[in-house]
Every structure is written in structure tokens, then in C-alpha cells.
Design a protein around this ligand. Structure first.
Ligand code: 3PY
Ligand code: ZN
Length: 630
């Protein structure tokens, strides 16, 4: 048994935890239920060495980075941070503080949206920990760090063998003076379907208790009814409710009659009436052109009194220009990422924006040397994830026409390939056609999936806008499309196209009310008892919530945790690529305790399809048998 919880660590207890300590002992931030054995670690290394990592397959080890966090930055003295104001004085004081700022404030998305958008959400907590503490000391002026929610929740369980709640708790502890922000999909929470109201409420309460301060709440159809409850639940916790509008269309196009400035002004007023304390503009596809940003922010400032927080993606290469115009129009906060993890489908770069605003009164007050030093750390981290990169290395201006969110672009490419559809230009063309067929809807998780699924389905079945109504009569549409027309995602702006709805639903009745209003409340006690029977320990509230949201995912994770223990100790290259013959690996498992692992050889495959890996563990021979599934 070598695992230790940081909270009990003598250095921490003595209040002497500082950067060097965290840098040299990140393992202390990896929480653990049970002691882990070295054997579990070897089992994991054996499995990934022989069979590769899901999604990227077997790798010959390519990159062994030496990642170091800069220690020579100048700690910045900050009188008071937004987090301290929230904790001491509550939300109204925070919003008043935001409004008093002359500079534009920043949210750093590096640990959430940036890696979700660039490398399939695969960043591990281990790689966040050394940076997290530095943020506090080096750039305390930022408004918030977006570190949780969206796809990070289920991906942590599914692919990283990590508990996302523990990530949140660790970051909270490391960043006590920074507002932590999450992306919350309204009635879909951090999932892809509607959950009952009491689940949303408990999830929000638990997230708030574990560390989330700012909840960015959106709905994939911009239906305020789907956000109201969540906004209220956040307000009840005393945290910040950022009701959010997903940006679609083009407000400066005179042909835009649906998503025009009047529409967004009305939506902003509705969000404020529902209790939003900040208005988020979520430009998930990066469609907001610079002049459109100016027009939109100006008209929202006219319509509502609360601060405006703008989020974009730099997919077209115009992200910084968009922010500069938004800043001129008075936007209060914008989302940026560390340069190394910025650009293309991610957010615009923090340092680029800093320099773009040079000479203006609204330039962010940052110690730019510190920003560059943090960036060097992320530059070192990035190559560990090269196998998950989405392949987009240049601006994609065609998304102005397709309106496809960045995260979907590479996903849909994969989905199409898997179905034997090689012509992605055709898919993009179909996607536009389908969007119009559906009545021009907001496209973001999960509504974007409806458009993508229907596009592929139409290509496969030679359906066009002209023949879908007759030919579709006899076809079973994809589940996501049926659910959409049944009203399970809520009501789209302007309603459903009635004829297509009939063809898809084939007599099934659609609902017009909020799906959550029909969902029976979940019995948490019963869920906890059921889960306890399956995992053989008393579950935490966090585990119960995860089980309710993602039963299979949580149970698979519990199984892998039994087999491997906690893998947060392993460096990321080994985690994804395993070990090479004759490689030596040093795994620090506790302060002053390091395992030295050497892989001597791998046997050829035996009759049962197994291979034996011959290791030395701290000089002692140790063997691990792995089934070769190739
Ligand atoms: C998510 O819901 O994960 C998103 O980032 C949508 O843009
Ligand atoms: Zn985003």
C-alpha cells in the first residue's frame, strides 16, 4: 500500500504546500479508495503494451517528454480575486465587480474545452495538476478557469480510468482563489439525454460542494424552459448561474430572419427573467464574425444589465478579431486558452488577445511573462496527446456555411468513414441541407448529432430534400432523429416541420412540454442501494449521481479500478503507449518512494493467445500474463 491522500500529507497539514512540492509530488493529488498494488500497475502496462489503447491501437512508443513547470515566474500579488468576492459577499458583489473592470476579463478553458476540441477530451488530471497551482500564483487576474463539464465527465470514466469528481476536488484544492467554471447542458446535465429535475438539482448541489463556482448552462435548442430549473438550482447554492445562448446563423446577414438581433435580445431578456446572473454567448461553431460580435454584444448590452461572457472557437482563424470587436462593444469576459492549446477548433490564444488589445484601455491586466511560462508547460504536455489530435491544422472557413461545431467535425468524419462514406464534402453539403429540412435549428450537443445522423442516413438511403417525404415513409430513421421529432430534446425555435415530423414519427405521439416535467423523480436511496449491491462498497453521493447518469460507464470504471487501481501515477506517454522492450520507467508513488520498472522482454504468443511480459520491479523479476486480442 503506497497511496496517500494529500489532505493528510504532513507537508500539506503544516501549510507548507507550495509549487515545488506539488510539482515534485503530483501523486499526492490522486485520491484513492483502496491501497494499490504494483501488480495492478504492471497489469495495466502489460495490457496497453500488448493490445494498445482503445481508439489509437498499438503504438511503438514515440515520445517521452520531459515536462517541467516553470518555477521562476514572479508571483503576482492580487488584492482580491473574483473567487474571494464570491465566497465573502455573494454573487451580486461579483457581478458588480465585473462591471467595474475597465479591462476585459478572461476565462481560461485550457483544462476543459481546449483539449475537448483539440484532442478528443483526453487530457489526464495528472497533466493538469502541475499547471493548476501555477495559475493561481502567476495569473490570479483571470476571471475563471473552465475545468469541468461538457464531455470531460464521461470521457474521464470511459477512457482515462479516472473519476471526474476527484479531478474537480483536486483542482479545487489547488486553485482556492480562482473561480472554477463548468459547462452544463441544461436538462441534459453532463449527458446526452434529459434527466429528471431532482437529478439536475442533486448534481448541481454536489458539483457546487465539490468546487464549481460558475455554471454555464445551455440548451441545445436555446429553449429557455430547458434551462430554468438548472438556473434556479444553481442560484439556490449561492453559486453563479450563467444562462447561455447558443449562437447560430449570422446577425449581420440581411437574409437572416430567424436568428437576428431581435431574437437574441429577446432570448437574453428571457434568460435574465429566468434568473441568469451573467449571460453567456456560446459560439460553439465559431460562426460569430467580428462585425457580428460588435452588433450582438452592443444589442445585448442594450437589452440587459447583467455582464456578458463570450465564448468562441477559432476554427475560422477569426477568433481574435471577433474578440477585439466584442471588446469594443463592451463585452465583459471572453474565453481563451493557453497558446499551445489554442487556435483552430479550440479557443483563441490568451497571449494573442493580450497583444491584440495592446494600446487599448481594455487590455487584460496580465503578467505576460508568466503567461508565456505557463504556455511552455502546455507546449510540453501537448505532444503526449498527438495520437488523438483531430487533424485540423489550418483555418476552416467553410464552417461559416455548414455551421458544424468543431467537436463534431472530426467525429462526423469518423462516423462517415465507418459507414464507408469517404466523400466528406458530400457529408458537409448534406448537413446544410438537413439543417434547412429540420427548420434551421441550433446545432450543438446533442442537437448537432441529430443533424449529423440524419445527414449520413440520407446519403446511405439516397434521400434528398425533394424525395424524403415519400421515400421516408418506409424507412426507420436513426434513434436520435426520432427522439428529436418526438420532442425529447425539447422544442426548436419556430417549431418542428410538421410533414417531416409525421414521416419520421410514423404515428408516435410527440410531446410539446418540457420532457423533465414528465420524468418521475429518481429515488436516490434506492439507486444507492442498487449500486452498493454491484460495487460492494458504500457509494459516495458522487458515485450515485454518476451511476444515475451513466450506469454502464460507471460500472465499467469500477471494474477497471479493481483491475488496475488508480492510474493517475503513470506518465501520460506510458498510459497511452505502454512500454518498449528494455525500457526503464520510474513511477513515483509517494514522497520518497519510487518504483523502478524495467520491461525485459515479451514472449511470443502461446496456444491460449497469451503473452508473458517479463519485468523487473525494483530489481525483482515479475511476470504478467496478457491476452493478445489482435
Ligand atoms: C459540450 O456540450 O460538451 C460542448 O462543448 C458543446 O459545445
Ligand atoms: Zn466550446
Amino acid at each position: 500500500p503506497f497511496m496517500q491522500n494529500v489532505l493528510n500529507h504532513p507537508v500539506f497539514r503544516a501549510g507548507k504546500a507550495h509549487t515545488t512540492f506539488i510539482d515534485s509530488t503530483p501523486e499526492l493529488f490522486i485520491f484513492k479508495r483502496k491501497p494499490q498494488t504494483a501488480n495492478q500497475l504492471l497489469q495495466y502496462i502489460g495490457d496497453v503494451t500488448v493490445n494498445g489503447f482503445p481508439g489509437i491501437g498499438k503504438q511503438s512508443k514515440k515520445y517521452v517528454p520531459d515536462i517541467r513547470i516553470a518555477k521562476d515566474f514572479v508571483p503576482v500579488e492580487q488584492e482580491v480575486s473574483a473567487k474571494q468576492i464570491l465566497d465573502r459577499q455573494g454573487v451580486p458583489a461579483v457581478t458588480a465587480w465585473i462591471k467595474r473592470q475597465q479591462q476585459v476579463l478572461l476565462t481560461d478553458t485550457t483544462m476543459r474545452d481546449a483539449h475537448q476540441s483539440l484532442f478528443a477530451t483526453r487530457m489526464r488530471t495528472k497533466d493538469m495538476i502541475p499547471a493548476a497551482k501555477i495559475y493561481e500564483e502567476a495569473i490570479p487576474q483571470i476571471f475563471s478557469a473552465e475545468v469541468w463539464g461538457g464531455a470531460t465527465f464521461d470521457v474521464a470514466y470511459r477512457f482515462l480510468h479516472e473519476d471526474p469528481w476527484q479531478r474537480l476536488q483536486a483542482l479545487r484544492r489547488l486553485m482556492p482563489h480562482t473561480l472554477l467554471q463548468m459547462l452544463f447542458r441544461g436538462s441534459n446535465a453532463v449527458g446526452y439525454k434529459n434527466y429528471p429535475d431532482n437529478v439536475l438539482q442533486r448534481f448541481i448541489q454536489q458539483s457546487a460542494a465539490d468546487g464549481v463556482d460558475v455554471f454555464r448552462i445551455f440548451d441545445s435548442l436555446n429553449w429557455v424552459a430547458q434551462m430554468e430549473k438548472s438556473i434556479q438550482y444553481v442560484r439556490d447554492t449561492g453559486k453563479i448561474a450563467e444562462g447561455t445562448m447558443c449562437y447560430t446563423g449570422d446577425v449581420i446577414n440581411s437574409a437572416e430572419h430567424k436568428y437576428d438581433l431581435k431574437y437574441y435580445q429577446g432570448l437574453a431578456k428571457d434568460l435574465v427573467a429566468a434568473g441568469s446572473q451573467i449571460i453567456g454567448i456560446k459560439d460553439m461553431a465559431g460562426l460569430l464574425k467580428p462585425e457580428a460580435a460588435y452588433a450582438l454584444v452592443s444589442s445585448l448590452k442594450e437589452a440587459v444589465d447583467v455582464p456578458i461572457h463570450l465564448h468562441t472557437h477559432d476554427t475560422t482563424g477569426n477568433g481574435v478579431a471577433t474578440y477585439v470587436q466584442a471588446v469594443k462593444a463592451g463585452v465583459d469576459i471572453v474565453d481563451v486558452a493557453a497558446s499551445a492549446l489554442s487556435g483552430t477548433t479550440s479557443q483563441p490564444s490568451m497571449s494573442s488577445l493580450y497583444y491584440a488589445l495592446a494600446g487599448t484601455k481594455r487590455q487584460p491586466q496580465l503578467n505576460i511573462d508568466n503567461v508565456e511560462k505557463i504556455n511552455r508547460y502546455w507546449l510540453g504536455v501537448k505532444p503526449c496527446y498527438q495520437d488523438f489530435m483531430n487533424g485540423i491544422t489550418a483555418p476552416q472557413t467553410d464552417i461559416y456555411e455548414t455551421e458544424m461545431p468543431g467537436g463534431q467535425y472530426s467525429n462526423l468524419q469518423q462516423q462517415a468513414k465507418a459507414l464507408g462514406i469517404e466523400d466528406f464534402e458530400l457529408v458537409k453539403q448534406k448537413y446544410r441541407e438537413v439543417n434547412q429540412l429540420l427548420g434551421d435549428i441550433v446545432k450543438v450537443t446533442p442537437s448537432s448529432k441529430v443533424v449529423g445522423d440524419l445527414s449520413l442516413f440520407m446519403i446511405q438511403n439516397s434521400l434528398t430534400a425533394a424525395n424524403i417525404l415519400e421515400k421516408g415513409e418506409t424507412l426507420d430513421f436513426p434513434e436520435s432523429v426520432v427522439n428529436f421529432f418526438a420532442g425529447d430534446l425539447g422544442q426548436p425555435v419556430g417549431g418542428f416541420p410538421p410533414e417531416l415530423q409525421q414521416v419520421v414519427l410514423k404515428g408516435k405521439k410527440a410531446i410539446t412540454v418540457r420532457p423533465g416535467s414528465l420524468a418521475p423523480a429518481v429515488d436516490f436511496e434506492a439507486a444507492a442501494t442498487e449500486l452498493e449491491g454491484k460495487i460492494k462498497h458504500t457509494p459516495t453521493m458522487e458515485e450515485v449521481l454518476s451511476y444515475i447518469l451513466y450506469p454502464d460507464v460507471l460500472l465499467d470504471y469500477e471494474k477497471s479500478a479493481e483491475r488496475y487501481g488508480v492510474l493517475g501515477l503513470l506518465d501520460t506517454t506510458t498510459f497511452y503507449q505502454g512500454m518498449r522492450n528494455h525500457e526503464n520507467l520510474y513511477v513515483r508513488v509517494a514522497e520518497g518512494k519510487t518504483l523502478i520498472i524495467k520491461l525485459n522482454s515479451i514472449s511470443s504468443i502461446d496456444e491460449e493467445g497469451n503473452r508473458t511480459l517479463f519485468f523487473n520491479l525494483n530489481g525483482q523479476p515479475q511476470q504478467i500474463v496478457v491476452h493478445d486480442s489482435s
